[in-house]
Ligand binder design. Structure first.
Ligand SMILES: [Zn+2]
Length: 463
């Protein structure tokens, strides 16, 4: 059994910051000890003096190889999980997709086939339900039992992923009974599609109109409706990629009422805005995602929500499409721009930058990026913390390193960076996944197939 000892670092978890040495045995954290007193020996010693020792990031919202709008997200499970590791993330939960007319099982099998043997880090799946039928409702119970305990529904994208209120209600009733978590893309897609059509008729075809038609009020309305449907059924609800101030207010109200309602936002909503969508020469297409980027004024509400725990998780919604050849499909018609942005490699650094800027504390950084996402989706204890018995998914983080984000240097398989030229303080130095080196002093030493599939429990915020 290989023994690894990480010495001299500041160990940060959601709960504590302590100067401790970390002993790893056989892929798990064996013990934390006071430096200079424990006498431990190891096969490998990693010097973490002046560095942070943090749990590997848990990104519960990625879309590797997602088919969308006639093309595919440009990161495979192989390239995407490598990029995640470069950015200090050691667990992803990706979305398997049920196609219309197909079973959940067929969709899940297809996603297992894409990921199996290719991932550099551990991975699990949520299930996207695009066809809520008697059959798929029954299948939900089996999936919860085998470790796919969360189901994403869409109030947007009529004709593709969309579920009507009746279908949503049925899926929520089932989740209330079987312990599953309902994840919701909360935007009123029926109303948005009318506004899209009207905008295009007026000749408003540039990327910035994507942001104008997908109105904040239509996110808030859908968020409110999802909360009420969940309340009627008793199901827990996790609203994905919250971007509008008015949607945060809906979540805050529901939580004040004591409902099991949770909210996630993403770095793009915290750091980017409609100013980016308005960039000339079709450059705005790089920032087309749904929910859309909002005017800058919304950012303060998102940061506040993260501080007050009205928002609990920051994930990436990593869904990259190259500018050349993919985003360009929407030249002359913003509605044809593939929806999605790269970010799996940038999340931990951007949130550390928020620590540097005084927006969140170091422990809150770990809480929203590691601990809470793990707990939300039944992985905590194994993932999301540094404690005896936990998987040795550990990042040595240099809080003083300076870096400039760029497509020239990132490892995501996409031809642009949404944060091109942005200077941040802090950088991942070394990454271990279950005790094995994946990144060693900024050199990739991992391998496709090291990453293991994670059968998840039910949400640890319930019951
Ligand atoms: Zn998504």
């Amino acid at each position: 059994m290989t023994r690894t000892l990480i010495t001299g670092g500041l160990v940060i978890t959601a709960a504590d910051e302590i100067h401790a040495d970390v002993l790893i045995e056989g892929g798990r954290i064996a013990a934390l000890g006071t430096p200079g007193t424990h006498g431990w020996t190891a096969d490998r010693v990693i010097d973490a003096a002046q560095k942070f020792v943090i749990p590997g990031g848990v990104d519960v919202h990625t879309h590797m190889e997602l088919p969308f709008g006639g093309t595919f997200a440009s990161d495979t499970f192989e390239t995407g999980t490598q990029a995640a590791a470069w950015g200090g993330t050691t667990t992803i939960v990706d979305f398997a997709v049920q196609s219309k007319g197909q079973s959940l099982r067929a969709g899940l099998d297809a996603w297992h086939a894409k990921a199996d043997g290719r991932c550099a880090i551990d991975y699990g799946f949520h299930m996207i339900m695009s066809d809520v039928t008697e059959r798929s409702l029954k299948e939900m119970d089996l999936l919860v039992e085998e470790g796919v305990s969360s189901f994403k529904l869409f109030m947007a994208y009529p004709g593709v992923f969309y579920s009507d209120d009746g279908q949503i209600l049925r899926a929520m009733q089932r989740a209330a009974a079987n312990g599953g978590m309902i994840m919701m893309h909360a935007e009123n897609g029926i109303a948005i599609d009318v506004l899209v059509e009207q905008a295009l008729q007026r000749g408003e075809t540039d990327p910035r109109y994507h942001g104008e038609v997908r109105k904040a009020l239509l996110e808030a309305e859908a968020t409110h409706r999802a909360i009420k449907l969940a309340q009627v059924t008793g199901a827990p609800l996790y609203v994905v990629h919250v971007s509008a101030e008015q949607a945060v207010a809906e979540l805050a109200r529901a939580r004040d009422e004591g409902l099991p309602v949770f909210g996630e936002t993403c770095p793009q909503y915290l750091f980017l805005s409609t100013d980016n969508l308005a960039e000339p020469d079709f450059e705005g297409a790089k920032y087309v995602c749904s929910t859309p980027l909002r005017p800058k004024e919304h950012q303060a509400a998102l940061w506040r929500g993260l501080r007050t725990d009205d928002l609990q998780v920051v994930s990436t919604d990593h869904c990259p499409f190259c500018f050349v050849g993919q985003k360009e499909l929407g030249r002359g018609d913003f509605s044809k721009i593939p929806n999605g942005m790269p970010g799996v490699e940038n999340r931990m650094d951007l949130l550390h930058q928020a620590v540097v800027e005084g927006r969140i504390t170091r422990r809150r950084w770990i809480e929203i990026a590691c601990a809470t996402p793990a707990r939300m989706f039944g992985l905590y204890g194994k993932k999301g913390t540094i404690a005896p018995g936990a998987d040795a998914d550990v990042v040595i983080y240099d809080p003083h390193a300076e870096q400039v984000m760029s497509a020239e240097t990132h490892h995501m398989n996409v031809d642009y960076s949404a944060y091109e030229g942005k200077r941040v303080t802090g950088q991942v130095e070394t990454v271990l996944s279950r005790g094995e080196l994946v990144i060693d002093k900024r050199e990739f030493v991992g391998r496709a197939g090291h990453g293991a599939y994670l059968a998840r429990g039910t949400s640890q915020y319930l019951g």
